[in-house]
Design a binder for this molecule. Structure first.
Ligand code: HEC
Length: 317
């Protein structure tokens, strides 16, 4: 109790939270004092001082709790709510991506996100063997009109897309993108999962995290409340709605399914080497393990005569 009282004094000294502590002390005090006054007159004085100490302790605890809550709330407001750790099917040591999910995730990107976000580092050819066959990817590319040129007459011209083209960007440049989005820039999504802390979980939580702003928080016109976004107000409205995407494999497209699939797709886009990395890791560890056994055997073989020999020094003869 003494340490709490000291703590309270320290808090008072630093001018921090003294009001909260004293407030609490004043509320608790009369109640405790009333309780004490019902006891015998001889014990009234010690009881009252006990009451004041207890009140200080309660006050300090309340002040500390208040401080930590305020600190946590500050952190969340500035950096966004913790996005958690969702059980991705590719997060285990030996797990590869769920490629059916990458394929669905591309469909979410194409049908929803591509209206505002580019993916300049992903080409149609990158999808081949990952989520689509070569024919499918060629057909998808050919559906796009790509500006190319200049031709022999110095003119730009449009042609059907090829496997070597990047996924088409929705806006010609950053200014056009900002102009269409009220001044906010929809960032390129190729590397977003690597560019944000806890990226895949962040994208998943962000897309589903839209809420009514809590009492006392007002969000500027044109922004939307989302506690996972640093600052809490994001220019992107909620984009995923149940049934808003049509999957070619017939999976029911709830908004959480869409968010999971597009997050897997973006995780793949940011780290396409992931599957190969784990596979090579397993192969390398296996080979190193076998070689280690040989090395151990050889070492023991070479050292055996030295370690087991007996040296006899005969000084007489
Ligand atoms: C109507 C246009 C629009 C669509 C469609 C859209 N976004 Fe956005 N998005 C934006 C804008 C604008 C921002 C910038 C927000 C800001 O800076 O406040 C943004 C930001 C983001 C961010 C970055 C947040 C950060 O930490 O900087 C991610 C991730 C994102 N969008 C993912 C998606 C995904 C995935 C989809 C598809 C499901 C999607 N967006 C669809 C407009 C859009």
């Amino acid at each position: 109790m003494r340490s709490s009282a000291l703590l309270l004094r320290a808090l008072r000294g630093s001018g921090l939270a003294s009001c909260a502590a004293e407030d609490a002390a004043h509320k608790v005090m009369p109640a405790l004092a009333r309780a004490a006054s019902t006891s015998a007159a001889a014990t009234a004085r010690p009881a009252a001082s006990w009451a004041s100490r207890a009140a200080s302790a309660f006050g300090a605890a309340a002040a500390l709790a208040g401080l930590t809550t305020v600190a946590a709330a500050d952190h969340e407001a500035e950096h966004g709510l913790d996005s958690g750790a969702w059980p991705w099917s590719h997060s285990g040591l030996l797990d590869s991506y769920d490629h059916a999910s990458i394929r669905r995730g591309y469909q979410v990107y194409k049908q929803v996100c591509a209206a505002c976000h580019s993916m300049q580092y992903i080409h149609f050819r990158d999808l081949v063997g990952v989520a689509y066959t070569e024919e499918e990817a060629k057909a998808m590319a050919a559906e796009e009109e790509i500006m190319d040129g200049p031709n022999d007459e110095g003119e730009m011209f449009e042609r059907p897309g090829r496997l070597s083209d990047p996924l088409p960007a929705p806006y010609a440049n950053e200014q056009a993108a900002r102009y269409a989005n009220g001044g906010a820039y929809p960032p390129d999504l190729s590397l977003i999962c690597a560019a944000r802390p806890n990226g895949t979980n962040y994208v998943f939580s962000l897309l589903l995290g839209y809420k009514e702003p809590p009492a006392g928080i007002s969000v500027r016109e044109g922004l939307h409340y989302n506690p996972y976004f640093p600052g809490g107000a994001i220019a992107m409205p909620r984009m995923l709605a149940d049934g808003g995407v049509e999957y070619d494999d017939g999976t029911p497209s709830s908004s959480s399914q869409q968010s999971k699939d597009v997050s897997t797709f973006l995780a793949w886009a940011a780290a396409p080497e992931h599957d190969e990395r784990k596979l090579v890791g397993v192969k390398a560890l296996t080979v190193i393990g076998i070689m280690w056994c040989f090395a151990l055997y050889q070492k023991r073989l070479k050292w055996a005569p030295l370690k087991s020999r007996r040296v006899v020094v005969d000084v007489v003869n």
